[in-house]
Design a protein around this ligand. Structure first.
Ligand code: CP3
Length: 338
């Protein structure tokens, strides 16, 4: 919260995207107890438990509430399933006729377990540990809603945006409004800061990035701050690269999470001068370990410790990452004084 409020820390605070996940044996045990992945998301007690597991083990400075970006389409009445070993499956929304059937009103009652999990976590979390709420940014959520699954280039959503911009804009508008309501309820339930995950934003050409990433994000930030003026918001437009300066200037986010391909000089000079930067270790280094991991950690610290920085990965930790390597990373970051 200090970094987000403008105060650089000599030793950067740290957490990891997907820090509650399959690389942890205690997560796998709770997940088995819960049943399906969505059962875990909607079980407030168990969702709170897995949220706290990485904090107990590694002492991170932030907990991110355990849930998924696809609970929003679910609360909009779309069918959502997680097939073991395959990732999410939804009923595709890939024609203007189908989009016409989309219900515009989110059922926040369905998401009550998420709010309850936030309240439980806040009551059990050390006072100095930040609690992060989140949702998917509209473009990324729309890519799964249109295709019905993840694809290598999310072509179906991009194609719909070109062929039927009006229908695609309707999906985005519904997601903007739903996300504002959902995020406000997360703040009310105890979230200190909100992160918007736009995992697929970077696949768009600049003109489309402006329309489907920057503009919807700007509307969400403004909509949340209209109700909660000081609300802190982190954007994560993965792969945005040279469009990062435009993203931060136009959206009004307090911080931006960057992936490992981001060019450090551009980020320092055109991004970190205005907002805090979060990131950006390559998660594969938590599989590789050893000297490569130390070198990667040192590069991140060297590149960004001169300004406001939250140490993180450039994307989520993978299931095959090693716990010993996470410990090695934590120790090295904690020992650093910039
Ligand atoms: O970071 C955290 O620890 C909080 C929890 C969290 C999850 N998903 C749990 C999860 C968060 C913030 C997400 C966000 C999310 N979900 C994104 C955006 C960020 C990103 O990683 O790109 C996206 C695109 C999704 C959609 C999604 N959920 C996919 C594509 C998958 C399958 C891929 C995979 O890794 O298996 C999921 C499933 C999922 N979400 C898991 C977890 C821990 C694994 C499912 C399991 O435990 O069986």
């Amino acid at each position: 919260m200090e970094v987000l409020s403008g105060n650089r820390q000599a030793s950067p605070p740290m957490w990891m995207m997907r820090q509650a996940g399959r690389y942890l044996p205690e997560y796998r045990a709770t997940r088995a107890e819960a049943g399906s992945f969505l059962d875990l998301c909607y079980n407030a007690k168990l969702a709170a438990e897995v949220t706290l597991q990485p904090i107990r083990r590694f002492g991170f400075d932030a907990a991110i509430i355990f849930s998924d970006i696809l609970v929003v389409p679910h609360a909009l009445g779309r069918a959502v399933r997680f097939e073991v070993g395959e990732g999410p499956r939804l009923d595709p929304l890939n024609s203007p006729d189908l989009v016409g059937t989309l219900n515009g009103a989110i059922d926040l009652g369905k998401l009550e377990p998420v709010f309850e999990a936030l309240r439980i976590v806040r009551s059990e979390l050390p006072k100095e540990t930040t609690l992060i709420g989140f949702c998917g940014a509209p473009f990324t959520v729309a890519t799964y809603m249109v295709a019905g699954q993840g694809t290598s280039d999310q072509g179906p959503a991009r194609l719909m945006a070109y062929q039927h911009p009006g229908a695609f804009a309707k999906i985005i508008d519904v997601l903007v409004e739903s996300s504002i309501q959902y995020l406000l309820k997360q703040l009310e339930a105890g979230a200190d800061v909100l992160q918007l995950f736009d995992t697929w934003g970077g696949i768009l050409p600049p003109r489309e990035f402006e329309r489907w990433v920057i503009e919807p994000t700007r509307r969400i930030v403004a909509g949340v701050r209209k109700q909660v003026p000081g609300a802190k918001i982190i954007g994560f437009p993965r792969g945005a690269g040279a469009l990062l300066p435009a993203f931060i200037e136009r959206t009004g986010v307090d911080a931006v999470s960057i992936d490992w391909t981001a060019e450090p000089k551009l980020v320092r000079e055109q991004v970190q001068t205005k907002v805090a930067v979060q990131g950006n270790l390559d998660p594969l280094l938590l599989i590789a370990g050893g000297a490569a991991l130390d070198e990667g950690v040192d590069d991140v610290l060297k590149n960004f410790s001169g300004g406001r920085h939250i140490f993180n990965l450039g994307h989520g930790i993978t299931p095959d990452a090693s716990i010993a390597n996470v410990e090695q990373m934590v120790k090295r970051v904690r020992a650093f004084k910039g």
